[in-house]
Design a protein around this ligand. Sequence first.
Ligand code: AMP
Length: 213
Amino acid sequence: MKLVFFGPPGAGKGTQAAKLSEKLGIPAISTGHMIRQAMAEGTPIGKLAEDYMSRGTLLPDDVVAALAAERLQADDCEKGYILDGFPRTLVQAEIMDKTGILVDHVIDIEVKDEAIVKRMAGRRVCSKCGAAFHVEFNPPKQEGVCDICGEALSIREDDVPEVVLNRLRIYHEQTEPLKSYYKKQNKLFAVCGEGSVEEIFDRIQKAVSGEEK
Ligand code: AMP
């Protein structure tokens, strides 16, 4: 099962990918989380990323594609994977096709821009394991603490309103054209991303099993 979770920033890709990863026993791979980790560790990619990340713009395609390709070579990806936030441009999708990174289904989690802006204001993330919560819609068991690893939760620097608007603009300009790319390949499954975490998860499971298209 080789899946791509697609959708605007804040659509719930990370939350849903983590749930499906647990259920299917395949890893959820977030290029955004990998980049944030590289920044925390101060690696060359991390240093390069700082400027892009703070403005909400995309890193160069070859840099992200190389990062993802390396991760996908790990043994835990043999049975499949869920890609969250990659590919994000047509060039990235073409690099995947050329280098043999396979995709069976693309799950397009659809949420309107107005709802995204509201959601982002309440998002809290764990900088250690990457888990995402929402103060209202998906609160952690203990306020401000990650349910999974116990680390303190924080607000992502690119979740501030002006950067969110820029990320949405970039999504529409550079990432959304990928929908028709995967539609032509008959791999795109659209899922409504509004409602409770469980409701959306239910829809995703149906889409993955081919019940809905
Ligand atoms: P995310 O956690 O997926 O929202 O990603 C956060 C940020 O990481 C993005 O705004 C980009 O700056 C960078 N990033 C993550 N994935 C990609 C990608 N596939 N291509 C380019 N930049 C990316």
